[in-house]
Design a protein around this ligand. Sequence first.
Ligand SMILES: Cc1ncc(COP(=O)(O)O)c(C=O)c1O
Length: 413
Amino acid sequence: MLTFRELPPTAGLPLSWRDFLPAGGRPDLESGLARFLNVRSVQIECSGTAALVVALEYLKQRSKRRTVIVPAYTCPLVALAVARAGLRLKLCDLLRESQEMDANLLDRLCDSDTLAIIPTHLGGMPVNMEPLVSIARDHGAFLVEDAAQSLGATWRGMPVGTIGDIGVYSLTRGKGLTINYGGVLVAKSDEARQGLLETSKRLSASRPFLEAKLLVELLGYWLLYNPTGLSLVYGLPLRSYLRSGNLTGAAGDDLPLEVPVHKVGAARRHIGAAALARLPAVLEANRERGRSRAAALKGLPGVKVLSEPPDSSGSWPFLTVLLESSPARDQALSRLWTSGLGVTRLFVHDLTGYRYLSAIVPPSAVPNAQDFAARMLTISNSAWVTDRDFARIQSVLASSSAPAAKARTSMLL
Ligand SMILES: Cc1ncc(COP(=O)(O)O)c(C=O)c1O
């Protein structure tokens, strides 16, 4: 069915025409983000993936170690960044029904070749950093936090991304703050900050024509990042992918193998700096809405919503939901993925499931990551998802998980 209302899958920050006006004394993007993250300085890169590449290239110079451990369920771009830096990948399975790496397993996987561990704070939800910090320290590995999806989330009062040695955020489309494509690097030590700057200078080309294209696209983003515009640029391709059964295309997982690393122009930084001024208030509203909607879903039998671990505060771009079984999840998605209500899957597979990554990702037994991928869906936490929209989603989830729940009850009787 053709619909002209398509809600975005994440609570991205819409741009305003005012973001395109001259600065008028406002801090630049680097200073604004440094203040927001409570760090000495930040470094802007052309994408979160490029930021990971710069981080890994820098760490490679500091050590002879060559293996990087990542969660088995994370963005395929993380695997591509590791490969682009010429490093070996090792997967760590997750805890069951969680997006956190299994710390006991991680400890066993680390060895004298482990250069870095890259935990992911997926979907705005901080992971428990305590075991990771001590495992990295015990094994002499660097801790690089992938907070691409979690700008604004905190763990024990500290912004995620600023707890390990290096942190990475994404400013790519749909993220809490966007400059079309962009990334941010932060580092704990002066030595690392200096090293990351030098590495970036060595790797980043100036691409004026590409920069002009990215700026025009950002203008398009301002015009089209709304439910009507998204029905054309997001909804139409989504439906076409789903009609042809291309799930990885529908989830945006078919990614180019090449990872460009180039400079980011002043105009896009300027627009990002202007939008950043709105971010704290928007995050606060997202947090409140996310928490109350997560609480509303918790009452549904057969539905588990991921929530904030103790002492942490999420940024809530979307709600991550696990249904009782893969068929229940598929049944719910058959009604919701094309509903225009902002329901989708995050990454379709764990990292072992993508054919285009087979030369990079080693065969690994990762049953919990596979189970997570098979049972999960996400619900947008965009302000455009009204209470009425959410009630429709709730009712589909209730009916999709009901047969399994009923069967469970009758077994108990
Ligand atoms: C967990 C995670 N890491 C890294 C990235 C890469 O960021 P970017 O798309 O800005 O290259 C993404 C992108 O969505 C991501 O979700």
